[in-house]
Structures are given as structure tokens and as C-alpha cells.
Design a binder for this molecule. Structure first.
Ligand SMILES: [Mg+2]
Length: 422
């Protein structure tokens, strides 16, 4: 194993901190960022996407309904989210990270991994880099926008380490301290162990990483398929990457090559259903929701995709996936959905309960390209750009398809165990 050094940087209470930075009136106050506009009456039925540090101290949590949050904390200020503003700050801080290394992997809107092996030389060097980044963040984004930083030998561990001290912590774990550190963590602290997996592990009598290390690998593999190897390796502080290509949705990053900042190689989204299901209609509804999300990201970034891949994972953690090519590159969610469903319809085993649905697209090119010759498609693309305007202004909840009114993805913010961008 080569000795690499990674820094994981996670912004604290990100959306709330951005708003507090932008508006002094909100500083020091319990605020919650919601998915809706302020003058929208529906706001009371929205959920908390981010709570400020002050609100968290009063018990307000991510993904809580605003109604519940208000009841808990009557002085809570509900503040409508501004996705464009957050995306802008995200671009800014990733540009700062790029000053220190070109190997920046954006994991989500408020988290990135930096491979600083060459730049840092050793862990002390990495600590200096982390401190320098902190100073740059303060200068460039303002002192309200703070981050938790973890330094470790791989991404998985750097994230686990960074999350051990929140907010505004900087934690370094040297390789020789790693196992001792892991043993202080709870199983569900590890990115990739969701509630269901930890429940299964408990049923098997596995409560600690030490017990997983001492467990027979074959037994873990039998129980969790490729995730068994992943668990075993993780418990040793190693990041096993082979799993990520077997089912393209590990709970961890999708793409282990560092992507260049300019253009992603693939865009995808997967979602763990609230319950395992046999119902094709339900699977279709989630697939359409995910397709729309993927298509929106394509259009936002001016991209078209030529290849689509659809995948499901079953209750026993096994999974199937397949891909197909489009004749014409597309960024239309319904088109993505139709093709993804064509794949899944044939592929998935209706006897087995589906636990997770996902779609990803690749072979991306810069769009919109030449406009279509067909009237119907021209019309569709002007409808899409009107919908995109709505989404820019009001965020992802700005519009939805009538058939999807009852299909909502739970917020990913409390954990991408449920929902992640790939
Ligand atoms: Mg964060």
C-alpha cells in the first residue's frame, strides 16, 4: 500500500453559514435554511436543509420539518435557501483548494477531498497546508464560513477523522495511531455504514470495528457480498476501492480518479428507498425523480450525455447494472428515464426486493449543440429551459412532474447513506 495523505474538508452548517456571512442580522442567531421562498406559505411545510450552529445547539436538526423545528425553537428564523449563491461559494472554495493541489475531488456541495501527498511530503506538511487553507478560506469567503478538517491515509479515513471534531476542528491521525482511533468510533460514523447495515451488523453480534477486524472475511462476504470486503478493509483503516466499480454506488465516492475541476466524467444519482420494494411503479417513480435530477445537473453545466447506466441494489446488498447508448446526446430527464427504465425492466429480478435505485450518465459533451430538426424536440427544449429558470430561482423544489407529487427524496444532508450524487 502506498502511503498517501488526504485532507478532507467539510464546511460547517454550510448554507446557514453562507447566509450569516452575507447578512449580519442573522449572525449569532438560530436560523434554519429551508427549501422554499420566504413569501411562500408552503414554507411551513418544508424541511430544514441546514441549521445554523446556534440552532443545532437548541436541537434543530437537518431534515426536520420546519413545523417541528419551530415548535422546538420558536425564535428560529426560517430562511429560504439560495442554491445559486451556495454553488458560487462552493466554486470559490474549491478554487482555493486548487491553489494547494490539483487533485481536488468535490464530494458534495460542501465537502472536498484533497490528495496532498506530493505537495505535503509528510503529515506535518499536510497540517501546514490545512492551516494555510483555513486562512485563505477566511480571507476569501469570510470568517463565518468554517470547516472541519481531517487528515489521514485515504479518503474514507480522512472523512472519519475530520468528522470526529466538529465544528471548526483540525484533526490529524498518523498511520500508527489509526487503528486506535478507529476503535473510538461508532460503526455508523463511517461513511457507508447506514442504519440498515449497522442493524444487520448488530444482529450478527458485530458492534465495533475491532470485532469486524477479527471476523472471518468469508463470513462478511457471505453476508454482505462485496460490501463484506469493504467493511473488513475499512475496519483496518484501508480504503478498498474495488467495490466501487462492482456496483457503481458505493456509499463512498463514485469515481476514484480525481476528476478535473472543469468537467465531470459522469453525472449520476442514486437513492436508497425508504423501504425495500417489489413494486415496479414505485421503482419507476424514483427512477424518474433521479433522472430529472441528473438531467438538471447536465443542463446547469451545459452538458449532454450519450451513455446512460441504470442500476438497482437488492436488500441483500447485491446488485445489477447495465448501460446503453443514445443515438443523440441528451439532457432531457424524461428521455434519460425512458432509457434507464428500458434497461432495468429487463434487468432486475422482480422476485427480489429492491433497496436502492440509481442512474448515471457518461460520455458527456458540451451542449446544447445543434438544435434539433424536429419541432417536437425544439418545443421540449424550450420548456426545459423555462423549467430550469424556475429551478435556478427557487431550487430543486421549484417544479415537479404531476406523477411525482408523492415521490420525494429525503434530504441527503444528514447523510448520503440515503441519497447521493455520483
Ligand atoms: Mg458540512
Amino acid at each position: 500500500m502506498d502511503n498517501r495523505i488526504y485532507i478532507h474538508i467539510d464546511m460547517n452548517s454550510y448554507f446557514a453559514s453562507v447566509e450569516q456571512q452575507a447578512n449580519p442580522f442573522l449572525r449569532g442567531k438560530a436560523i434554519a435554511i429551508t427549501g422554499k421562498r420566504e413569501d411562500d406559505q408552503e414554507q411551513t411545510r418544508s424541511i430544514v436543509t441546514t441549521a445554523s450552529i446556534e440552532a443545532k445547539m437548541l436541537g434543530v436538526k437537518t431534515a426536520m420539518s420546519t413545523w417541528e423545528a419551530k415548535r422546538l425553537c420558536p425564535s428560529l428564523i426560517l430562511y429560504p435557501g439560495d442554491p445559486e449563491k451556495y454553488a458560487d461559494i462552493t466554486r470559490r472554495f474549491n478554487a482555493i483548494f486548487q491553489e494547494f493541489t490539483h487533485k481536488v475531488d468535490e464530494f458534495s456541495v460542501d465537502e472536498s477531498f484533497l490528495d496532498v501527498t506530493e505537495e505535503a511530503g509528510d503529515y506535518l506538511g499536510a497540517t501546514f497546508i490545512a492551516q494555510a487553507i483555513r486562512t485563505r478560506l477566511k480571507e476569501e469567503c469570510g470568517e463565518r464560513i468554517t470547516a472541519s478538517i481531517g487528515i489521514g491515509p485515504n479518503k474514507l479515513m480522512a472523512k472519519l477523522i475530520g468528522e470526529s471534531v466538529k465544528p471548526n476542528g483540525l484533526t490529524v491521525i498518523y498511520p500508527h495511531e489509526l487503528l486506535a482511533f478507529i476503535d473510538t468510533c461508532k460503526l455508523e460514523d463511517l461513511c457507508g455504514i447506514g442504519p440498515r447495515m449497522s442493524e444487520r451488523l448488530r444482529e450478527l453480534g458485530l458492534f465495533t470495528f475491532k470485532q469486524i477486524r477479527e471476523c472471518d472475511l468469508k463470513r462478511l462476504q457471505k453476508e454482505f457480498n462485496s460490501y463484506g470486503t469493504w467493511l473488513y478493509e475499512s475496519a483496518h483503516g484501508r480504503e478498498n476501492t474495488t467495490i466501487h466499480s462492482s456496483v457503481q454506488n458505493s456509499s463512498f465516492t463514485s469515481n476514484h480518479n480525481f476528476q478535473t475541476y472543469e468537467q465531470p466524467k459522469s453525472v449520476g444519482h442514486s437513492y436508497t428507498l425508504p423501504h425495500d420494494t417489489h413494486d415496479p411503479l414505485e421503482i419507476k417513480r424514483y427512477l424518474l425523480t433521479l433522472s430529472d435530477k441528473v438531467a438538471w445537473r447536465l443542463r446547469r453545466d451545459g452538458l449532454l450525455a450519450r451513455r446512460v447506466k441504470a442500476f438497482v441494489r437488492y436488500g441483500d446488498f447485491s446488485g445489477v447494472e447495465q448501460q446503453r447508448l443514445f443515438q443523440e446526446p441528451t439532457a432531457d430527464g424524461y428521455n434519460l428515464f425512458q432509457n434507464a427504465w428500458m434497461i432495468l425492466k429487463r434487468l432486475y429480478n422482480p422476485e427480489q426486493a429492491v433497496r436502492l435505485v440509481g442512474i448515471s450518465v457518461s460520455e458527456l459533451s458540451c451542449g446544447p449543440g445543434q438544435s434539433s430538426l424536429f419541432k417536437k424536440e425544439q418545443k421540449m427544449s424550450s420548456v426545459l429551459s423555462a423549467l430550469d429558470q424556475i429551478q435556478y430561482r427557487y431550487g430543486e423544489q421549484g417544479w415537479t412532474r404531476a406523477v411525482l407529487l408523492n415521490t420525494k427524496l429525503k434530504s441527503r444532508s444528514s447523510g448520503f447513506h440515503f441519497d447521493h450524487e455520483l
